[in-house]
Design a protein around this ligand. Structure first.
Ligand SMILES: [Fe+2]
Length: 267
């Protein structure tokens, strides 16, 4: 009995006829959905980890609903810094927000608990988990003390030694403390940075996936060094969980790497 689920992130959908960073993001999502249906139709569920829309127009969320409606497995969605919660809820329903006011989910499957956290905060680019969410998280972890945990959210909690460290999850210490109330957190998976990474942070395993939009060519520990935006990969993560192993694989459903732009930090 192996848990299998897919994580997408950073769709950055726009209105009909528009592009984002030169890219047709709706077409890229269509390709991602086709990949899930072709290769992971046997998965337990799919999670979409935020930055659903690029500029948070209602039309973009309507496109999201239309295209993700073709995913053949249950799909759980949360928000990122590019999203607008009210616009999202106006399309997907107010009941998508829970008692914390945010779009969190808890999924129990194949002996695991998977917790999805909404780290978006209106008016901010970095991520915020509120006190109410941290209390909610701690309670959900306590209920599942006997089971492995995977957490999925938009913002990376750990710094990656790159330019984007300034917009990671704000004040991560209470989040780490909440996670440490459980003794079997197998992975914390995020999008946001548009690149693939793995790390340990305070003894916990953290992963980022490149997601569906442009990918970032990092400037590790050289914050004044130019870095590039690339057309790919368009990437999803595939998580496989057994009682004693939790594996994250990466599926590059689009594998082109053309240069879109070169960024000089500070310009
Ligand atoms: Fe993004």
């Amino acid at each position: 009995m192996t848990l299998k689920f897919v994580v997408m992130s950073d769709l950055h959908l726009v209105g009909h006829g528009a592009t984002s960073m030169t890219l047709d993001t709706a077409d890229r999502l269509e390709r991602a959905v086709a990949c899930v249906n072709d290769r992971y139709a046997d998965a337990d569920f799919c999670i979409i980890a935020g930055d659903l829309a690029d500029a948070a127009e209602v039309e973009a969320y309507e496109r999201l609903r239309e295209i993700t409606g073709r995913i053949g497995i249950p799909t759980y969605i949360t928000l990122g810094n590019h999203d607008d919660r009210d616009a999202y809820l106006s399309v997907f329903g107010a009941d998508q927000a829970d008692e914390t006011g945010k779009v969190n989910h808890v999924i129990d499957a194949k002996g695991y608990r998977v917790i999805v956290l909404d780290s978006s905060e209106p008016g901010r680019v970095d991520g915020v988990l509120t006190a109410a969410q941290l209390a909610w998280l701690t309670a959900r972890l306590a209920e599942a003390a006997d089971r492995p945990i995977v957490v999925v959210l938009h913002h990376n909690a750990n710094a990656l030694h790159i330019e984007a460290d300034t917009i990671k999850l704000h004040d991560d210490a209470p989040f780490i403390a909440a996670l440490k109330t459980h003794d079997d957190v197998r992975q914390v998976i995020a999008g946001h940075v548009h690149l693939t990474s793995t790390a340990t942070y305070h003894g916990l395993p953290f992963t980022t996936l490149a997601g569906g939009h442009y990918s970032v060519d990092f400037n590790a520990d050289q914050p004044s060094t130019p870095f590039r935006s690339l057309t790919g990969p368009g990437q999803m993560a595939v998580i496989l969980g057994t009682p004693h192993s939790t594996t994250v694989l990466f599926d590059d459903f689009l594998n082109d790497h053309s240069i879109i732009a070169v960024h000089t930090p500070g310009d």
